[in-house]
Design a protein around this ligand. Structure first.
Ligand code: AR6
Length: 181
């Protein structure tokens, strides 16, 4: 499924984020930036040790990465050029600022991609795995945040959501259909 937002094509596909030949892929990391399971594990495994080396340097400089923030490393052996590491919120019921932090994770990642001069960026479904954010709500918050940012005008040509399974893709498709053009 696709939708044009200003200059940018918003695309929803099923797939593996480590296989995307885009300028930047976004990692759903944790504040330590030292790797983990899910997307994070897959990106470090496929990209190789160069990614962790740069993460260690970033942590030395800034300490832990606050939820909602985003930082950039090489993509190592991935087909992408950069990895943008962000941290989504851990779901604690929804009244602890989770939607704001999730929106920030997407928007800060888009800003890093724009600063890098990227033309294409791929996102996973942040916070909906280990971090437990309910899928339907996360899909709506993610798409609203990305669309609102792109509507302000962006040099990005494509923002791709790479969703790992049919139910996750279906949730994002439903959420996008419900958002009026
Ligand atoms: N490509 C695309 N999506 C994937 C892939 C992949 N290769 N692998 C898993 N997913 P999660 P979170 C989907 O848990 O909830 C890590 O340990 C997955 O099916 O990766 O933000 C970090 O270190 C789900 O839909 O991220 C953190 O500690 C989505 O990606 C913590 O997990 C997100 O699941 C972050 O948790």
């Amino acid at each position: 499924m696709e939708r044009q937002i200003g200059n940018t094509r918003l695309v929803l596909v099923r797939g593996d984020i480590t296989r995307q030949a885009v300028d930047a892929v976004v990692n759903a990391a944790n504040p330590s930036l030292m790797g983990g399971g899910g997307v994070d594990g897959a990106i470090h495994r496929a990209g190789g040790p160069a990614i962790l080396d740069e993460c260690k340097k970033i942590v030395k400089k800034i300490g832990r990465l606050e939820p909602g923030g985003a930082v950039v490393t090489t993509a190592g052996n991935l087909p992408a050029r950069h990895v943008i590491h962000t941290v989504g919120p851990v779901w604690k019921g929804g009244a602890r600022g989770e939607p704001e932090v999730l929106s920030s994770a997407y928007v800060e990642s888009l800003k890093r991609a724009e600063e890098l001069g990227c033309r294409s960026v791929a996102f996973p479904s942040i916070s909906t795995g280990a971090y437990g954010y309910p899928l339907e709500e996360a899909a709506r918050v993610a798409l609203e945040a990305v669309i609102a940012h792109l509507e302000e005008g962006s040099p990005l040509e494509e923002v791709r959501f790479v969703l790992f399974s049919d139910p996750v893709l279906a949730a994002y498709e439903t959420a996008l259909e419900r958002l009026k053009p």
